[in-house]
Design a protein around this ligand. Sequence first.
Ligand code: ZN
Length: 300
Amino acid sequence: MYQDSEDNGMNYGIAARRFHCRDCNASFISLGSKTIEYCCVCHSNNIETKNDVYEKKPYIVPFRKTLEDAKNDYQKKVLFHPLVPFVFKSKATIEAIQKVYLPVIVVDANLQGTVDFLAGDKTKIMKEKVAFIETKKYSVLADVNLNYHHIILNMTSKLQDRLFHTICDYQFDQLLEYNPNALGDSAILVDDKDLNAVADLGRQRIMKHAMAVIKSNINHELKKVNNNGALLNFVNSKEVLVPVYLLTVHYKDKDYIYLMNGENGAVSLELVFGKIEIILFSLLMFGLIFLIAFLIAYFL
Ligand SMILES: [Zn+2]
């Protein structure tokens, strides 16, 4: 399996400059000595610069969508939505959409072994107006051999799994070998999660899925696990940088995130409706209806 690097910074191939955002605590790097002025997560300019050199080289899923694609898509979703607060629509907000590479680990997994289920059938017997339920129980052994491909493990805490998993359908069959040109002007978020904890969560996710698959193949009503002897192993792990466009909008003490998959354009958008906007829109609708009613009454 993959190894935990001793120095968290040894991941990115060539000389790079490391930054830290004092506002949201994100760590990120740019290639060479290029200075990044804004935080790629929260767009703050409260950034401290550190220098570092890195050795390991991650694979890359290159951007296929442009920054303009992301801006256009975002504008289409918020600009003409009457209930979305103004701060979501301001030029400064739209200009703050960031081109970012996220650190992930892509693994294949194999699940093998025997799962022992307590299965059974229920038979209802009506006898002298009293309902009995007769249950027959069986032990069912399910031999399992499942292969999972391209399981993606999110290594940055700056983006919640819940959100990331809605857009993370990347084509890992077309991975680029590490190549600084492919990274261009993007910021690269540094992995800040504990590898073992992330791997454990990944295992739980796969096991949960596998259990659902196995249970659906058992033709009995009861499907209680007696003993799970299936073992899950990760194989072929790769460190990969995946492309996203990221925007964090701060509104009334909460952060709302717009996230676009930089490869296929899949989007996740957290929106909120503003109270003022709802009131204004209601008044406008009321006024319009009143006007139409008035015109109809006047001219007919
Ligand atoms: Zn920040």
